[in-house]
Design a protein around this ligand. Structure first.
Ligand SMILES: *[C@@H]1O[C@H](CO)[C@@H](O)[C@H](O)[C@H]1NC(C)=O
Ligand SMILES: *[C@@H]1O[C@H](CO)[C@@H](O)[C@H](O)[C@H]1NC(C)=O
Ligand SMILES: *[C@@H]1O[C@H](CO)[C@@H](O)[C@H](O)[C@H]1NC(C)=O
Ligand SMILES: *[C@@H]1O[C@H](CO)[C@@H](O)[C@H](O)[C@H]1NC(C)=O
Ligand SMILES: *[C@@H]1O[C@H](CO)[C@@H](O)[C@H](O)[C@H]1NC(C)=O
Ligand SMILES: *[C@@H]1O[C@H](CO)[C@@H](O)[C@H](O)[C@H]1NC(C)=O
Ligand SMILES: *[C@@H]1O[C@H](CO)[C@@H](O)[C@H](O)[C@H]1NC(C)=O
Ligand SMILES: *[C@@H]1O[C@H](CO)[C@@H](O)[C@H](O)[C@H]1NC(C)=O
Ligand SMILES: *[C@@H]1O[C@H](CO)[C@@H](O)[C@H](O)[C@H]1NC(C)=O
Ligand SMILES: *[C@@H]1O[C@H](CO)[C@@H](O)[C@H](O)[C@H]1NC(C)=O
Ligand SMILES: *[C@@H]1O[C@H](CO)[C@@H](O)[C@H](O)[C@H]1NC(C)=O
Length: 741
């Protein structure tokens, strides 16, 4: 609280209201940390999720966070920051150094490589360059120089510096004293935190460093043996009063607090935070990174993970050690203590994509229930048809993509249908609704499969299939601002299946009462203008034209064309933020503005939480990506997403209406910013300019009439004929009744 109110008193009266606003917000969220202050964000080696750990770039890019340095010593007793004692892992070394490769026993583990204490500092600063040690991260910032500890203490003006001494006993074998080194820098600079997994090292500093320096005991894996006491870290956890004799805090792997099962589901939290707080120890949690596999309970959303450590209601840790400092800063600054049940259906609309398909199989009852529970404003149904002419909600016309058909008795009933794709498939129109419901199960979609990322495996086949009529009945009973029905392949269905999908959708809406109500907006989305033209002729529904291609802008004539048949457009993420090799380019984009000034709201598709779906500029953080689409000059009007919960929570964040006083971590990414900061040779290839949208992309021939002579007809006219028969029957009965009177 102190820091906040100080800033307010310095600022002029114009800003006072804003200050009061944020101060009030802070008051209502008294933190459950030991001190009551907001938790500390500790940037491990700086912003090491993006830049090489402990590099100048990484340290410069973590404003507001405490900077963490893994202290290593050189032959001449200088200190450098390097995440690993084995330089092979995190640096490029000259080939001449390869003859120095050694194998050392490092605290009981045999390690082969190159070690800092075998070199003088000048040899390291001049000849050795940092590289990204995590292979899944970008290597485009590799080649930066090593940073001396003194630089971290003085150069970056960090709010706090945290020195971690991972090895003391090991260095002492080389007659290098970590203690002497740390004491000497502590005399010259303010060192806010010193951590170590070695008890005797921390004890040796007791009373020798400033009273303001916090000594933190670092717990390693439970089964690892602490070298000065010969006890495992797991057993030491039971003796916190002992820890308190030499430390003011503990740093523990995050699974000490929230353990996960072997298949990566969260278990109830342990009592570690409570126990430590009772013992008067602060608790810092380690191992946070946005791009490591998170527990499935977090739906691939790292912000949710942080919130569970700082905002759970039961406890808050005192700080988090992370490779991605931006995300916990957001969590602490703008997302704690939100009331997630608040729904106002304000812009931007949160539109589900196949329901909450990030958590449940596409278009199942569970996916829709979750979407509504997560605060979606609009839920969606992509319409397909069964053999018996029943419109259903299914994200793919090929049952192999989204059901268990491959292991069913229908697996071999494949056909090649060139209008759909070149390879064989079993299609929704090949099976009756009964066949589908009785024999198949839904299957969760896995769009990030090539990165070996699977969506919630326990929900893999959960939920039930939905007919369009089931969907409408469900939607109608919920607090939604609307529904979105996607119609594709209408021409194919008419010609080859004899199914008039537009008429079928209109009929389903009529039957469910949607045509007569105004509480929920009915949106019809299609990539084919002829579908929307047909709807426009027959209904007053809200028509959304989905632009499939990545386009830079739209020619005025094309906008005029779109206006003739659509009320809104949906565009790809790339059309708004072009990227090359996963970096945003500085291509300017006028599409959103062009459409909006023509009175067409713009929805962006498809947003996902999984980090490989995002350019690096969004920091592997779905919230940053959403922020960029919403907070840009012309913000989008809707977010079409597999994870409606993340988008809805974004809308509630307490920094949403801060205007120009947005905290730094909520200022949207500058397109091209990361590319600019790369060395020329590392820059990705320039993106060929994307084409603008033109008239010829838009105008389509009208839908063909429904082919009523389809032999192997699924078919709708069979169903319609039957209904006709029924109505004839009813008419006959009425006539009969009339005659009898
Ligand atoms: C470096 O070490 C980390 C942590 O042990 C490991 O995940 C990574 O794969 C290693 N990188 C290289 C290039 O060996
Ligand atoms: C460390 O110092 C001791 C005593 O001065 C000496 O005997 C030993 O050889 C030195 N070890 C190394 C690795 O320099
Ligand atoms: C720890 O154990 C090792 C081997 O088990 C032993 O050599 C050493 O003396 C022990 N150290 C302490 C402090 O007990
Ligand atoms: C805690 O650790 C200290 C030092 O190792 C030891 O003397 C004490 O007996 C331990 N207490 C318990 C309850 O294990
Ligand atoms: C995590 O998800 C699993 C499966 O849905 C559930 O059983 C478990 O209770 C969840 N864990 C927590 C801490 O909510
Ligand atoms: C959260 O919002 C809902 C809906 O607006 C409201 O009913 C509820 O009282 C709110 N809860 C709190 C704790 O403010
Ligand atoms: C699937 O449906 C199409 C269109 O009706 C039909 O041509 C094809 O023969 C069907 N495939 C099978 C295996 O029945
Ligand atoms: C950014 O855009 C400007 C003008 O549009 C262009 O001159 C410049 O080369 C671009 N820079 C990069 C790195 O693409
Ligand atoms: C759009 O529908 C028309 C029929 O109305 C069809 O001829 C055309 O091929 C369709 N366009 C695309 C891109 O599918
Ligand atoms: C098929 O459609 C044509 C034109 O709409 C119509 O004249 C004909 O009677 C229909 N045939 C059947 C069997 O419904
Ligand atoms: C209508 O369906 C019949 C039977 O499947 C087929 O032979 C004919 O080509 C179809 N007509 C069109 C225009 O596709």
């Amino acid at each position: 609280m102190g820091r906040g109110s100080h800033v307010c008193s310095v600022l002029g009266s114009v800003l006072l209201l804003l200050c009061l606003g944020s101060a009030a917000a802070q008051k209502s969220s008294t933190w459950k940390t030991l001190s009551g202050d907001a938790p500390l964000v500790i940037a491990k080696g700086g912003f090491s999720g993006l830049f090489p750990d402990s590099s100048d770039f990484a340290y410069e890019s973590a404003p507001g966070a405490a900077l963490w340095c893994d202290v290593q010593l050189t032959k001449d007793s200088a200190g450098i920051c390097l995440p690993n004692i084995n330089m092979d892992n995190c640096t490029f070394t000259p080939t001449a150094y390869q003859s120095d490769v050694k194998t050392y026993n490092v605290n009981g583990v045999s390690v082969k490589g190159l070690f800092p204490m075998d070199y003088k500092i000048t040899d390291l600063l001049n000849n050795v360059y940092l590289k990204q040690a995590i292979l899944s991260r970008t290597a485009r910032f590799d080649g930066l120089t090593i940073v001396p500890v003194e630089d971290v203490l003085s150069k970056y003006k960090a709010p706090a510096v945290w020195l971690n001494v991972q090895y003391d006993i090991f260095y002492s074998q080389f007659n290098l004293s970590m203690r002497n080194y740390i004491l000497s820098v502590s005399k010259q600079y303010v060192v806010d935190y010193i951590s170590s997994p070695e008890v005797n090292f921390l004890k040796s500093l007791l009373g020798r460093v400033s009273k303001k320096t916090k000594l933190v005991f670092r717990f390693l894996d439970e089964h690892t043996v602490e070298p000065s006491t010969n006890q495992t870290y797991g057993s030491m956890l039971k003796n916190l009063t002992f820890i308190k004799t030499f430390a003011s805090g503990v740093l523990v792997p995050k699974h000490y607090i929230l353990p996960v099962t072997q298949d990566n589901y969260l278990q109830p939290h342990t009592s570690v935070v409570d126990d430590a707080h009772k013992a008067g120890l602060e608790v810092y949690a380690a191992d946070f990174a946005n791009d490591f596999l998170l527990s499935y309970n977090y739906s691939y959303d790292p912000l949710t993970e942080y919130l569970s450590f700082i905002n759970d209601g039961a406890f808050s840790v005192d700080g988090v050690l992370t490779d991605f400092p931006i995300t916990p800063s957001e969590a602490i600054g703008c997302f704690s203590n939100l009331n997630n049940s608040k729904i106002d259906h304000a812009k931007p609309l949160v539109i589900s994509h196949n329901g909450a398909s990030g958590d449940y199989p596409d278009c199942t009852d569970l996916a829709y229930q979750k979407a509504v529970a997560d605060g979606a404003d609009v839920i969606d149904c992509p319409v397909q048809v069964t053999k018996d002419g029943i419109p259903i909600c299914m994200s793919s016309i090929d049952l192999g993509d989204v059901t268990t058909i491959a292991t069913s008795q229908f697996a071999s009933q494949t056909t090649i249908i060139k209008d759909i794709k070149d390879t064989a498939g079993v299609y929704s129109f090949n099976l009756t609704w009964d066949d589908i419901v009785k024999n198949l199960k839904p299957m969760i979609s896995n769009p990030m499969l090539k990165y070996n990322m699977y969506r919630n495996p326990r929900n893999r086949n959960a939920g039930n299939f939905m007919r369009l009529s089931d969907f409408l009945a469900f939607a109608k009973g919920n607090d939604l601002s609307g529904i979105m029905i996607n119609v594709e392949r209408a021409a194919f269905m008419a010609e080859k299946l004899g199914f008039g999908v537009v008429d079928a959708v209109i009929k389903a809406l009529d039957d469910s009462g949607y045509s007569k109500q105004t509480a929920q907006k009915v949106m019809i989305q299609s990539t084919n203008s002829s579908v929307l033209v047909k709807f426009k002729q027959q209904t007053k529904y809200n028509l959304v034209y989905m632009i499939e291609e990545n386009v830079k802008d739209a020619a005025p004539s094309s906008v005029a064309d779109i206006k003739k048949f659509a009320d809104a457009v949906s565009v790809t993420t790339m059309s708004i933020y072009p990227a090359t090799d996963l970096f945003l380019t500085n291509q300017t984009n006028g599409l959103v503005q062009t459409m909006q000034s023509a009175g067409l709201p713009v929805y962006v598709y498809v947003l996902m939480n999984e980090f490989p779906s995002q350019p690096y500029d969004f920091f592997s953080d779905a919230t940053q990506q959403i922020n960029a689409y919403v907070k840009r000059q012309s913000g989008v009007d809707g977010l079409i997403t597999d994870f409606p919960g993340t988008a809805h929570r974004y809308k509630l964040n307490s920094c949403m209406n801060m205007g120009n006083s947005l905290p730094g971590f909520m200022i949207p990414a500058k397109p091209g910013g990361l590319i600019e900061s790369m060395l020329g040779a590392a820059q990705p290839p320039t993106l060929a300019p994307m084409p603008p949208l033109t008239e010829s992309d838009i105008v389509e021939p009208p839908l063909p009439p429904v082919n009523n002579s389809t032999a192997s007809a699924p078919s709708s006219h069979a169903a319609i004929r039957m209904r006709t028969d029924v109505s004839i029957l009813v008419t006959l009965m009425l006539c009969a009744a009339a005659l009898m009177i």
